[in-house]
Design a protein around this ligand. Structure first.
Ligand code: CP
Ligand code: NVA
Length: 308
């Protein structure tokens, strides 16, 4: 059988995503982690990063180690990629040394090029368009906290960025209703919205893009936000803050429109008191630290699935 990549959740069926969530639960809750300690024995994984990272880098590195494998970190600009070696040639060479590449890049097209020329699985560790590893951990977190996914409502408030695109896909695949509130000009990627509408037709969930945060969060079970200034958008920082603030900030007042026990989620890093107030981040609705922890457990599920 050919290799399988993990570039976007759109490539995975609802059943396959459930299998990854079930496997995450086993990794997280097992009282005998030694039974997994050989899953990646004699396997090496390259972590190729073109942008900074705390959670993704550390969770993958620790996941590989806890599964008995070996992780090699490679910064894009410290490698020959930084001096112009092509992505395709890099893919060919890495395929001769390691068993998997976890890559964080600016352009999804570079990731696709990497996957095309690699003979080993490539995992998307965040691109301009998608963040599937994050959304797998998010779905797990919601399932862990609520016991179900189907029929819940997630409201995403803010920039229609990579995280928002993957939430649209992940939620619609799993039957979670999703409502996105964003300013004009900051809508999610049209193709992701198209996929979400297509998926929701199958699962019977709803997909909505609106302007008003109050409308999006109405009766929501989860309020989710992310930075207004993603990596690569730094030059637009001032203009973006002017557009998003104060309307799109997640505050305690906004929570009053949601379900009483609504969860607050954020992929992190948070830009405190920009997209979310300290009061919400540190308040009783917030599950952001469990959400961050779950990156480790889902990383094990994805690695084990692709490398088994
Ligand atoms: N959420 C997330 O991907 O965080 P890092 O940028 O720290 O990896
Ligand atoms: N949207 C953010 C996510 C960081 C994990 C970014 O791309 O910078």
């Amino acid at each position: 059988m050919g290799k399988r990549d993990f570039l976007t959740l759109q490539d995975y069926s609802e059943e396959e995503i459930w299998e990854l969530l079930e496997s995450t639960k086993l990794f997280k809750e097992s009282s005998s982690p030694e039974i997994f300690a050989e899953n990646l024995r004699n396997r090496s994984v390259a972590l190729l990063f073109q942008k900074p990272s705390t959670r993704t880098r550390v969770s993958f590195e620790v996941a590989v180690n806890q599964l008995g494998g070996h992780a090699v970190y490679l910064g894009w600009s410290e490698s020959q990629l930084g001096r112009g070696e092509t992505v395709a040639d890099t893919a060919r060479v890495l395929s001769r040394y390691v068993d998997c590449v976890v890559a964080r890049v600016y352009r999804q097209s570079d990731l696709e090029e990497l996957a095309k020329h690699a003979t080993i699985p490539v995992i998307n560790a965040l691109s301009d368009l998608y963040h599937p590893c994050q959304i797998l951990a998010d779905l797990y977190t919601v399932w862990e906290k609520r016991g179900v996914l189907k029929g819940l409502k997630l409201a995403y408030v803010g920039d229609g960025n990579n995280v928002c695109n993957s939430l649209l896909i992940g939620c619609s695949k799993m039957g979670v209703n999703i409502s996105v509130a964003c300013p004009s000009g900051y809508e999610p990627y049209s193709k992701a919205v198209e996929y979400a509408r297509e998926n929701s037709g199958k699962t019977g969930s709803t997909v909505e893009i609106v302007r008003s945060p109050e409308k999006a969060v109405e009766k929501a079970d989860v309020i989710y936000t992310d930075t207004f200034v993603s990596m690569g958008d730094e030059a637009e920082r001032e203009e973006r803050l002017k557009t998003f603030l104060p309307t799109y900030q997640v505050t305690s007042a906004l929570f009053k429109h949601a379900s009483e026990d609504a969860l607050f989620m954020h992929c992190l890093p948070a830009h405190r008191n920009e997209e979310v107030t300290d009061e919400v981040m540190d308040g009783p609705h917030s599950v952001v630290w469990d959400q961050a922890e779950n990156r480790l457990h889902t990383a094990k599920a994805v690695l084990s699935e692709l490398l088994s």
